[in-house]
Design a protein around this ligand. Structure first.
Ligand SMILES: CC(=O)CC(=O)SCCNC(=O)CCNC(=O)[C@H](O)C(C)(C)COP(=O)(O)OP(=O)(O)OC[C@H]1O[C@@H](n2cnc3c(N)ncnc32)[C@H](O)[C@@H]1OP(=O)(O)O
Length: 391
C-alpha cells in the first residue's frame, strides 16, 4: 500500500440558478481561491492541477479547459482535464489522488465549475451522450433515462411516488441548513405531488436543478502534511466501475441488466471498501454523499453502498434512518437533488464528506462523523466513482 493522501483544502461556491456576475473562468478561480485559503497556500505551492470539466457545451466554449489554465494557475505545470460526465468531479479527485499516491507530486489541486442553468438547454446537450442510431432519437435525456429506472424499481420493489417525495422532503430540509445549496426551500409531500410531471413518475420536484458554481480541493502527501504540520483528513478508499449495456437491455421482460439496481455502482463501492478495510458499511460508515440527481435514484444508491438490502431503503427512509439525526445520514448537504453543477457535482460529494469528518460542515454537520463515503455517476452508466474519507 502506498503512502496516505490527505485533503488539506476545500473551496465551494454558493450554487445558484445563474451567476451573471462571474464568467466561467471567474467561477473556477473563485473556488480555487477558497481552497487555497483553506489550505493556507498560494498557487505557487501547487505542483499539478487536475481540471474537472464535463461536456464543453454546458459552458458554451469548446475545450473550455483552455480558458481555465490560468484560472487554476496551471501554466508550466502538470495539467490534466477529466471528463467522465456526472462522475467528473470524483474522477478528478481520484486523478489528483493518483498523482500523489504514485509519488509524482506532493501537492495537487483539482478544480472546476459549471454553468448548467446558463447553457440554454441542458437536456439537448445531455442527449448527445446516447448512441446516435438507436437511442438518441427516442429522444433520451437524463430525466427519462432515470425515470425508466424508477419504473423498474417500482415494479420490482414496490416503491411509490410518495416514497420518492419523501426523499425530496428530506433533502430539501437538509439543504435548508446548507448555505451553498441551490434549492434551499423546504417542501412537503403534498407540494411535491402538486409539481408537474416531467417524465412519469418523475415530477419537477423529483428533479435536480440546473446549477452554476465551482468547487476545488487541495490534496497532499502524508510526508508533506507532516513536515508542514498541516491538518488533514485522509482518502482511504477509491473505486471505479463501468458498464456498457444499452438502455433497452436494462428494461422489459428480456432485460439482462436490471435498471432498478445500480450493480456497477455496487462494484465500485466494493473496490473502495476493500481498499479502506470497510467490511460492514452499515456499522462503520457515519455519513454518505451519494450521487442521486432524481429522488428515486437515492434508493438504489443507498443499496449499492451497502447501507440497506436490495429493495429495503424506501421502508428505512420512512423510518427517518437516512436523515440528519438518523442512523446514517445520506446527503446531509441536500445532495445532488438540490444542487447540480454537473462538472463539479461529484467533487462536491467528496468535499462534503471531507467537511463532515473534519467537523466543519456547519449547520448540516452530522455529530461525531469520522468515516464518510461519496459517489459519482456519469454518462449513461459508463462511469461510477466512489471514495472513502476518514478523519
Ligand atoms: C448522467 C450524468 O452524467 C449525471 C447527472 O447529473 S444526470 C442529471 C443532469 N442534470 C439534469 O438532468 C437537470 C435536470 N433538471 C432540468 O433539466 C430542469 O431543472 C427541469 C427540466 C426539471 C425544469 O426546467 P424548466 O422547466 O426549464 O424550469 P425553469 O424554467 O428553469 O424553472 C421554472 C421554475 O421551476 C423551478 N425549478 C426548476 N428546476 C427545478 C427543480 N429541479 N426542482 C424544483 N424547482 C425547480 C425554478 O426555480 C423556477 O421557479 P420560479 O418560476 O419560481 O423561478
Amino acid at each position: 500500500m502506498s503512502a496516505r493522501v490527505g485533503i488539506i483544502g476545500i473551496g465551494q461556491s454558493a450554487f445558484k440558478a445563474r451567476r451573471d456576475d462571474a464568467s466561467y473562468p471567474d467561477l473556477v478561480r473563485e473556488a480555487v481561491t477558497m481552497a487555497l485559503n483553506d489550505a493556507s497556500m498560494e498557487l505557487d505551492d501547487i505542483q499539478a492541477v487536475v481540471y474537472s470539466l464535463s461536456p464543453d457545451a454546458m459552458v458554451g466554449i469548446g475545450n473550455a479547459e483552455r480558458v481555465g489554465v490560468d484560472a487554476v494557475g496551471a501554466r508550466n505545470k502538470r495539467f490534466l482535464r477529466i471528463n467522465t460526465g456526472g462522475a467528473t468531479g470524483i474522477s478528478s479527485v481520484a486523478a489528483a489522488y493518483y498523482h500523489v499516491a504514485a509519488g509524482a507530486c506532493d501537492v495537487v489541486l483539482t478544480a472546476g465549475a459549471d454553468k448548467v442553468g446558463e447553457c440554454g438547454d441542458s437536456q439537448t446537450v445531455l442527449n448527445k451522450i446516447w448512441d446516435p442510431t438507436y437511442e438518441r432519437q427516442l429522444p433520451l435525456g437524463t430525466i427519462n433515462m432515470l425515470a425508466m429506472s424508477a419504473v423498474r424499481y417500482m415494479h420490482k420493489y414496490g416503491m411509490t411516488e410518495e416514497d420518492m417525495a419523501r426523499v425530496v422532503v428530506k433533502n430539501r430540509w437538509q439543504a435548508s441548513k446548507n448555505p451553498n445549496a441551490h434549492l434551499r426551500k423546504e417542501t412537503t409531500v403534498d407540494e411535491v405531488f402538486r409539481s408537474r410531471y416531467i417524465s412519469w413518475p418523475v415530477k419537477l420536484f423529483d428533479c435536480c436543478p440546473q446549477s452554476s458554481g465551482g468547487c476545488a480541493m487541495v490534496l497532499a502527501s502524508e510526508k508533506y502534511i507532516k513536515e508542514n504540520k498541516l491538518d488533514a483528513v485522509w482518502i482511504t478508499g477509491v473505486g471505479h466501475c463501468s458498464e456498457s449495456y444499452y438502455l433497452g437491455d436494462r428494461m422489459g421482460n428480456g432485460q439482462i441488466a436490471d435498471h432498478a439496481d445500480a450493480f456497477a455502482l455496487k462494484a465500485s463501492f466494493a473496490r473502495a471498501f476493500k481498499m479502506a478495510g470497510i467490511t460492514d458499511p452499515r456499522k462503520q460508515v457515519d455519513v454518505a454523499e451519494l450521487y442521486a440527481p432524481f429522488s428515486n435514484t437515492e434508493f438504489h444508491s443507498i443499496e449499492a453502498a451497502g447501507l440497506a438490502d436490495l429493495g429495503q431503503s424506501p421502508a428505512m427512509m420512512r423510518e427517518g434512518r437516512f436523515q440528519i439525526g438518523g442512523d446514517i445520514p445520506v446527503n446531509a448537504s441536500g445532495g445532488v437533488l438540490c444542487t447540480n453543477a454537473i462538472a463539479v457535482t461529484a467533487m462536491v460529494r467528496v468535499a462534503e464528506i471531507a467537511q463532515q469528518v473534519r467537523g466543519k460542515a456547519g449547520g448540516h454537520q452530522v455529530q461525531g462523523a469520522k468515516i464518510g463515503i461519496a459517489s459519482g455517476n456519469g454518462g449513461d452508466h459508463q462511469f461510477f466513482g466512489t471514495m472513502v474519507v476518514e478523519a
